[in-house]
Design a protein around this ligand. Structure first.
Ligand code: WTA
Length: 641
């Protein structure tokens, strides 16, 4: 990547219609925004959000705790739905949905209002209100969006759990936040089959004392068990509810959602986002990064179970009154051109996806793309992992036909909204670089002491000023919040990523430098995988590492030592893969299981992952091995290769 010299400027045609059309305008606004951040954010908050009570203080910052827009009150659902009803958008499509089997539905803003209002009544009748936690384990259907918005409407805190997570993972998340209500569906369509969501919920809530009610949407019509007194059909509850619901105002810092994400140690952590600041970050960035126009049809392929789905399917887009396209299923069902079919069928104008998906499309072959014209597209986006220049070029040529700018957006679950990104009408792009910071965001590349490194040198990526959509804490564990993000450099947010800035100030993200893996754009902690493995009765020790992978960015390789008396064979490899899938979810199934007689360790007993990474990548083990306890272990592992 460091050798990448190509530069792609926005076309004059794109720039002339863009929400922000020149580098001079970007630089002026950016400089203003970081020189006087409070003034900048105050103006944005007043212009972009509907307030019920004006805020008094823009920011109270006592690192690492931020209070944004103190004294203010608003309702996030009202900001995403009700506010559009008084405008020409009332009968505009908010959502256009296509199910995997091909069913299509459109939900206008007015309908979105009725759905969220009725659901808000349903919640209140169930005793769900301000501050209660609600777990959402749903397919990518409009009702999932209604559920999130209705939580916001009544002040309940949602935690969306990706439908690919196992019962075990769902149970842990429900228990960690103490959810009272779980919202799910009988099933979800995926590659022509039904994913039995309700069945997984049933297994999860055997051990969740806080859950009182399960609200079940009928999606696939598969047979499920409904338990009397606990399980309620969505359509039954919904029928009797009134159409109108008056939303209450909640304080700016009222929690909006908890989203669990992997960290470098222990169990996933519950990242907490609050109302006003989060919404402002999502809304402002959507408007500029996606250059939103009234007649756009926007498609983000991320599931709402991830932060990308929260900020750039739901909150950022609907608060802007955009039309969002939702797709339920797999990208290659019935064939590898499903996305291109849908782009042409619906006239999608903005498409936002992950590098892993782009690399899969490349592998499936150009013919699947070339049989569709894709004329409606005008802007492309990438998120979730570094995009390699080859994939960038393919995306640019094959999908964007050299006329669509590509926004490579760097951000995290914790940051809430996009932090480093091109602005499509202004920023010249370099394939593989997320380019420059967004307004009000102050990222720096620093050395171990926190000193900025010279341009061109690598270092750790930090953000040294607070921003409105930053996480506020980790649910129930403020200590871990401080230790994880604000202890490496006291008082400054540490991202966990390595990066480099080139001579033009462009950021090149190298990837995680902690023990977090990025597999197909999904975060996975090595510690989670290891603890799942050692929970298996035959496993003594385990080490999980990422190996560079052409398609997935990283693939998951695990080294396992067995308890005495167990035979290392292929059946056991498969058994261990399935075991991890059952403990965490299919996305965590190791690609490779390797048995070892022993794992390389330091004298103090820490597993030396660096050495395992070199072995897994087929490299010669180099560098400092003086702290290694026993070199024979490495020799044995290499001989095994
Ligand atoms: C990585 C996803 C390079 C990074 C929004 C980060 C990226 C982690 C990019 C967060 C990008 C995300 N270029 N790397 N454009 N976007 N990452 O929390 O390592 O699922 O720390 O948020 O993904 O993943 P998360």
């Amino acid at each position: 990547m460091s050798r990448e010299k190509r530069v792609f400027k926005p076309s004059a045609e794109f720039a002339s219609q863009a929400n922000l059309g020149s580098m001079a305008a970007y630089k002026r606004l950016y400089t203003e925004s970081v020189n006087s951040p409070e003034k900048f954010w105050e103006k944005q908050a007043k212009e972009l959000l509907v307030w019920r009570r004006q805020f008094k203080k823009v920011l109270k910052w006592k690192a690492p705790h931020a209070e944004w827009f103190g004294g203010g009150a608003l309702n996030v659902c009202e900001n995403c739905v009700d506010r559009h009803l008084k405008t020409e958008r009332a009968n505009k499509a908010a959502l256009i949905f296509e199910g995997e089997p091909g069913d299509v539905r459109t939900v206008t803003y007015k309908q979105l209002y009725f759905h969220t209002s009725r659901l808000a009544h349903v919640f209140e009748n169930m005793g769900i209100g301000q501050g209660d936690r609600v777990a959402i384990y749903m397919p990518m259907v409009p009702e999932a969006v209604f559920a999130m918005l209705a939580c916001a409407r009544v002040g309940a805190i949602h935690t969306v759990v990706f439908g690919g997570f196992s019962a075990e993972s769902l149970k842990d998340r429900i228990n960690d936040c103490g959810a009272k209500l779980v919202i799910t569906a009988d099933g979800s369509w995926r590659r022509g089959k039904i994913v039995p969501l309700k069945q997984t919920v049933d297994a999860a809530i055997e051990k969740t004392p806080t859950v009182q009610t399960v609200l079940v949407l009928r999606r696939c019509g598969n047979d499920i068990k409904m338990r009397d007194g606990r399980d309620v059909w969505w359509h039954d509850a919904w029928l009797g509810a009134p159409n109108h619901h008056k939303p209450k105002a909640f304080p700016s810092e009222h929690p909006l959602f908890i989203l669990y994400t992997s960290g470098s140690t222990g169990k996933p952590k519950g990242v907490l986002h609050t109302s006003a600041g989060y919404l402002l970050g999502a809304k402002l960035s959507s408007q500029y990064v996606f250059d939103l126009k009234e007649d756009d049809l926007y498609f983000c392929s991320a599931d709402i179970g991830w932060i990308t789905g929260h900020s750039y399917v739901v909150y950022g887009l609907l608060s802007n009154g955009a039309t969002v396209f939702l797709y339920e299923g797999a990208p290659n069902q019935p064939g590898p051109d499903r996305f291109w079919q849908m782009i042409d069928r619906h006239g999608i104008t903005i498409f936002y996806t992950a590098p892993t998906a782009i690399r899969a499309f490349m592998r499936w072959g150009d013919n699947y793309v070339l049989s569709h014209h894709l004329k409606s597209l005008r802007l492309l986006g990438s998120v979730g992992e570094p995009i390699n220049p080859e994939a960038w070029m393919w995306y640019y040529r094959m999908i964007g036909k050299k006329k669509c700018p590509i926004v490579d957006t760097w951000w995290q679950t914790e940051t809430g909204s996009i932090m480093i990104t091109p602005l499509p009408g202004a920023t010249p792009c370099k394939p593989g670089s997320a380019t420059l910071p967004f307004f009000g965001i102050s990222p720096k590349v620093v050395d171990d002491k926190g000193k900025e490194v010279p341009k061109g040198s690598g270092g750790k990526l930090i953000i040294d000023k607070p921003w409105p959509s930053m996480l506020r804490t980790l649910w129930g564990d403020d200590e871990r919040f401080k230790n994880t993000y604000f202890s490496e450099y006291p008082g400054v947010y540490f991202t966990g990523d390595g990066a480099r800035q080139d001579k033009d100030g462009y950021f090149w993200i190298v990837g995680r430098i902690d023990d977090v893996l990025n597999i197909s754009g999904h975060r996975l902690g090595t510690a989670e995988v290891e603890s799942a493995l050692v929970a298996h009765p035959k496993v003594a020790e385990a080490a999980a590492i990422g190996r560079p992978d052409e398609l997935k960015g990283q693939s998951l390789v695990v080294f396992v030592t067995l308890k005495a008396g167990n035979e290392p064979n292929d059946d056991l490899k498969e058994e261990l893969r399935n075991h991890v899938g059952k403990e965490i979810g299919a996305i965590a199934k190791p690609d490779v299981v390797r048995f070892a007689a022993a794992l390389p360790k330091t004298r103090s007993g820490k597993i030396m992952r660096r050495i395992l990474k070199e072995i897994a990548a087929g490299k010669e083990v180099k560098g400092d091995t003086t702290t290694l306890e026993d070199f024979a272990v490495v020799a044995a592992l290499q001989a095994d290769d």
